[in-house]
Design a protein around this ligand. Structure first.
Ligand SMILES: [Zn+2]
Length: 130
């Protein structure tokens, strides 16, 4: 267990988890989309934001990794390729997996996390209703 103290240490802890448990690497780029590329086993993170924002995004993408690597994922989010509601469901579940992973890695989450999650879900709700 890593007893991390700075945001950079927390990011490293998530990267180690992703590499060790899921064989997924993290790529930082100023043009990077915040996304998990499942076939390439790569998470791309836009590094133009604050390190705290990057940590939140990385945890969320790790949440997608955890969900997608579950054998029953297609039962959790059926028709995720064709249903906006299923996409929204995966997004909410990815935030919950992210929170669980943070707790496992002893990464403290504060009110800024709550706000970040809320606004991310709000954007998806707007997209679902469009
Ligand atoms: Zn997502």
């Amino acid at each position: 267990m890593i007893f991390a103290e700075t945001t950079e240490d927390y990011i490293s802890a998530v990267e180690s988890y992703l590499g060790d448990v899921h064989d997924v690497v993290v790529d930082y780029d100023p043009m990077g989309l915040d996304e998990f590329w499942i076939d390439e086993r790569v998470i791309t993170i836009n590094d133009m934001r604050s390190s705290q924002e990057q940590l939140f995004v990385l945890l969320h993408e790790a949440g997608h990794v955890i969900l997608r690597h579950r054998k029953d994922f297609h039962r959790i989010c059926p028709d995720v390729g064709s249903s906006k509601v299923e996409v929204l469901k995966e997004e909410v579940l990815a935030w919950e997996e992210a929170r669980r992973l943070a707790s496992e890695l002893q990464i403290p989450l504060d009110k800024q996390w709550d706000q970040h999650v809320r606004s991310a879900i709000r954007r998806y709700i707007t997209w679902v209703k469009a």
